[in-house]
Design a protein around this ligand. Sequence first.
Ligand SMILES: Cc1cc2nc3c(=O)[nH]c(=O)nc-3n(C[C@H](O)[C@H](O)[C@H](O)COP(=O)(O)OP(=O)(O)OC[C@H]3O[C@@H](n4cnc5c(N)ncnc54)[C@H](O)[C@@H]3O)c2cc1C
Ligand code: FES
Ligand code: FES
Length: 1255
Amino acid sequence: MNTENCPPLLNTSQMTGDLGGGNANKREMENQAFSSLTTSFAVCLTGTKKGCGIGGCGACTVMISTYDPVSKKILHYPANSCLLPICSLHGTAVTTVEGVGSTKTRIHPIQERLAKCHGSQCGFCTPGMVMSMYALLRNHPEPSMEQITAALDGNLCRCTGYRPIIESYKSFAGEQQGRTLVFQGERTMWISPASLRELLELKTKYPKAPVVVGNTSVGLDMKIGGVHHPVILHPDRISELRIVNNTNNGLVIGAACRLAQLRDILMKAVSGLPEEKTKIFCALLQQLRTLAGEQIRSLASLGGHIVSRGSTWDLNPVLAVGNSVLNLTSTGKMQNISVMDLKDSYLPVMEFLSVKFSFAQDDFVSAFRQAERRKNALSIVNSAMRVLFKPGTNVIMDLNILYGGIGSTTVSARKSCQKLVGRQWNEHMLGEACRLVLGEIFLSPSAPGGKVEYRRALLVSFLFKFYLQVLHGLKILVSDFLRQISELTLFMWDRISERPPQDPVGHPIMHQSGVKHATGEAVYCDDMHPIDGELSLAVVKSSKAHAKIVSIDASEAFKVPGVVDVVTASDVPGENGTKNEKAFAEEEVICVGQIICAVVAESDIQAKRGAEKVKIQYEELEPILTIEDAIKHNSYIGKEKKVEKGNIEKGFNSADEIIEGEMHIGGQEHFYLEPNSVLVVPRGEDNEMDVYSSTQYSSNVQELVASALDIQSNKIMCHIKRVGGAFGGKITKPSYFAVIAAVAANKTGRPVRFILERHDDMLIVGNRHPFFGKYKVGFMNDGRIVAADIQAYINAGCTPDESEMVIEFIVLKMDNAYKIPNFRVRGRACKTHLPSNTAFRGFGFPQSGLFAETWVTAVATQTGLPPEQVRDMNMYEGLNVTPFKEQFDATNLRKCWTECLEKSEYYSRKTAAEEFNKQNYWKKKGIAIIPMKFTAGFNKTFYHQAAALVHIYKDGSVLVTHGGVELGQGIHTKMLQVASRELKVPLSYIHLCETSTTTVPNALITAGSVGSETNGKAVQDACQILRKRLEPIIQKNPEGKWEDWIKEAFQESISLSATGYVTYMNWEKEEGHAFPYFIFGVACSEVEIDCLTGDHQNIRTDIVMDACFSINPAVDIGQIEGGFIQGVGLFTMEEIKVSPEGKQYTLGPDTYKIPAVCDIPEQFNVYFLPNTRNPIAIYSSKGMGEAGVFLGSSVFFAIRDAIASVRKERGLPENFTLNSPLTTEQIRMVCADDFTEMIPRDKPGTYKPWDIEVA
Ligand SMILES: Cc1cc2nc3c(=O)[nH]c(=O)nc-3n(C[C@H](O)[C@H](O)[C@H](O)COP(=O)(O)OP(=O)(O)OC[C@H]3O[C@@H](n4cnc5c(N)ncnc54)[C@H](O)[C@@H]3O)c2cc1C
Ligand code: FES
Ligand code: FES
């Protein structure tokens, strides 16, 4: 194998020895041998990250290089190492990000470009991104843009908004057979036979052993479903299962062929064969383009796909309608079975060798799928349909219709099809076909997965699409809805060139850790090397929403090998959490997921096994889950918050018209790529402890741990090197996780590591608050709003957390950009038995802003005026006061509005969209422009204080520490820029090591968009103090060097260390800036929707932002783009699903969809408003951390615009209600037509729904 450019880090052919031998990590290897590669890598290498553990995020991507016996070539492919059993890798080379390049040797151009193009923020997804690209380049040195975006299908990033990653990679565009292997582990034997005969013999000996190829189905059953297989057979080296044969009437492809290979084979066949022969291949390719991500496609096999037959697997319906035939074998027997006739009973006795794909004849074949995200998301419903006509007529001779996503496996509308044979292909047949299919394909109203009416609607929508395609000879209506990301442009007006090049402030300096992110050398909490004697911790959580704890029985847990102890509330020497929230539940549980106790063990797996064995008995109590329930039971946290201005009654009396309405806005998962992590290390004397945490709030971790251990805070040292994304989700909860680990460390006297699994993190941490709002708005016929009365509720969950502050922000910011003379907002935080909802980027404003824009839009609809006109006439202008009487100047808001209208060419594109809509009935375009007034910071002024400590060492080097945490937002990079400017030394002299409570005490949370501003001022203050001390020495020797001055200062006994401090509010003088400043912005978005499926495509977005003087424009643009895409997720796709018992279903990337590369607008422009200043903040900058999220609502309103055009055309009421997220389901159902009319509806109350609406 040529490994010249591909240094394999793990030559797995040597692994047999490792597994049984005495290497340092023997314990880990034995435990992990049959599970994922990721955990084993974590022992020795830091680069490969675990973001989800179930193949959904791509953070763990590695490159596998393997010999293909058919092509006789080395194949390189990306793979999710979290799903790769180590044993499956025998004879292959695994390249991790460390093998690609490192700062110690040489960084690879992929790593360099990603870092320099600002393609990493928190950096947790970055090694995975590098590996996907690396594998692509190994196979295609000059990939096309389509290949680049496809290669990143399986990689999620929550920070960057993807644009800079694509941009950085854009620059590359255009440029063993042998013995049976047996691995015996603690509980599982892995056998990899070398020949078919051996496989069949083994199957006879172990009839229950699964034949695992890609492990993407079996692996998940084992990881999530708790299934255990004592024997696993891995047939990957058997040549009969890898064949690719061309025959006269089709293709024969081996069952072990990977789906990515299948795609390449089919693409080659399609380009070389006549069109009429390849219809089935085209239908398969259509599904393969969006099926999973490239890593899963590279692992998953054709055989595994067919046999595991998941309900939503996309290829099976196509294979079935295409009359594909499976070649099965058992000892001495061969059998051919059509996919259509495949029954589970065949599989235990027969092994499956290959599939024969027949050429189509005169049939019409189509495949459909609709998912929650356009790529890398399982279908909600999929389908394949085939029709054959009597020669020369439109009379149906044969018809097949199959659906996935309806039953437990693919279902066929066989009876309906039989009845339609002999009918002509016309509208009468269509109507009859829809009725028959809806009658035959039954979907229970309580069906798992919910969305029942939508799924029923998709059955007939797909049928109609097929009808049209056939009718028009597959030529007219099929437009390529999956566009490439054709143009990603970025404009910025700034005056970078006017600044001296040696001054780093205002320059797009690369993220301080950018290169280390890309090489995998950046260390996160879970990457820290194991400490001698370290234990792992797993928690036992409540399975009930509200119940009394009757008993906790941990006796079985103690029997699990490796379990050291079980820790409960009774082990806490001091305070068990805070008065508002307990670390361990005591007598009662108040939500599903509440931590009851913890198991500590020698390894992670043993701790989890132990936790599974703890038995909790409950006495169930009635839970309150929804806002509606909470209102009914008067269950609130805190008092009502109210802001009132003018005279609301008079306002309504003067109005020409009054409208009323409601809106529900669902919550949102933070989905930072790094799950919550903590490592607690007792120092062994004076009760001292080091706590390494992935928190946004170091001093709170310190405070809670000290109080739990009943010791002083000065004994607890909290350290944070960096955090892999946080978005507000790591403010309150990490302190409780630290308490749990610290109590365990205190009890056992050993270090304890607690890394949450993705599903635990999503369950326990809480979300963005679900919102319910009611409005009453009075306005004049010309669109002027004269009065608005708003009532807002949020679902706070079970503890106060930050909810009171969130509802305050909602009330304070409800006016968004509008001056309403008579205005009243009231808000309540509802107490329920859901996990406690918490801070999330934007802190209530995305909800209140969306609601405000909803009632403004309602006024536009009612008056018949264009929405932009109503927005314009009600928008603040010049000097103003908010409803809570804070003064501000709206000049820049107006400027952003005008600039955005112009830059986006709003009016001409609106006309073009209207024209498009006239020409197209089933597809519509929509455009919207949305203004924003956002207040940075907090409404509690003590939050706006910060401190920094700057040391200068005798060699002239500078160490900066401050209270802010590096979450990916680039705060450390900006602080280095500030120190460099103030001390007047190059950036290379300055280092920033970590955030720690030992250097900066009592640091406040890093949040609210003002972290860089407040900490920047503190760093500035400290540097100015130092520079002032040095000034006399510099005066004496003005031509001297920095190093000379420092030496001289030391000799003159001048202190070279200084503390800086800043606060925005002077309480003695009773003056200052309660909310430090306002940020203005405007976004214009355009979309296209598919009325039949609810799919939508983001075509273009233009954002104009009042960023004033950006300290680092690259970092700030990254924040705006990342925030915007997070907002698009919030408002259009991210759905949290909760059962009627209060259990959250959406606990991983498999069920919860955040935006991926395919969701970014094809054209995405961000502009900064030129020549603006912000005298309050450092260097006149503005914090861009949160503002972008709300601007994602421009996509929501663009979709609304498209829907409005559908409804107008169909004569449906135009004052319709939309809730958030505006998913494919909602879009489809609100674009009502004959098909949505004909689907069966179930009367609410007559069945138990699968999920409930908690907003
Ligand atoms: C993150 C993720 C995203 C996904 N997204 C999609 C998607 O969008 N669309 C979609 O259609 N699917 C999707 N899938 C499912 C995926 O297509 C299947 O898991 C995959 O095709 C199974 O193939 P495998 O080789 O990994 O099977 P394995 O897990 O290795 O095996 C699965 C089953 O097949 C049996 N088997 C395998 N080969 C043979 C053989 N030769 N003879 C007899 N039995 C055999 C095994 O015994 C086992 O029971 C996704 C999966 C994951 C993990
Ligand atoms: S950790 Fe493997 S895909 Fe997420
Ligand atoms: S940089 Fe991609 S997840 Fe943070």
